[in-house]
Design a binder for this molecule. Sequence first.
Ligand code: HEC
Length: 155
Amino acid sequence: MKGKLALAALGAGLLGLLGAGASSLWGPAPALAHKAKHSQEQLDAFQQVLMEQVRLGDLLFHGDADTEKQMNIKLSNTGMACAMCHPFASDSHPHEFPKFQEQMNAFATLRDMINWCIEKPNEGVKIDPDGPAMKALEAYIYWANRGSKLDTGRH
Ligand code: HEC
């Protein structure tokens, strides 16, 4: 089954290559991911969406009570916000995930680790790993660590 899938993928890839070079034989070239350049307007709009999420994550990371209330979550019951232990998202190491995480004694994603910190040091209530608060926290943590070298499994 795996072999068949790989072959099919290879076939599709070859067709794609041929298609791109000889469109008269194979019909129009298939759409390739990110082929067309984005316009400045599109890039600005994408950046705006990102920064909205970063700002929301920043508020959550700093324990903003109103934001938590609006999102119906409670990230901490100790009075300690994420930022008190991780100022500017320090020691959150998003670029090292997924990795074997010693505190959890398990292979963990960044989202697993965010929920670990909510549940353990913060004594809060875990959040939906696919929910809006998790996405915003992830956005803030990645943004604050931008420029870090992707290095899965590093400790
Ligand atoms: C009371 C201090 C404290 C608070 C508050 C806290 N953390 Fe942590 N955090 C830790 C400790 C301790 C670790 C594990 C040690 C380590 O890996 O650096 C950790 C690790 C992490 C890691 C993984 C780092 C790694 O490389 O394994 C992430 C991500 C993280 N915290 C996010 C958060 C988020 C998000 C919040 C707020 C919801 C938060 N933390 C609140 C103490 C805290």
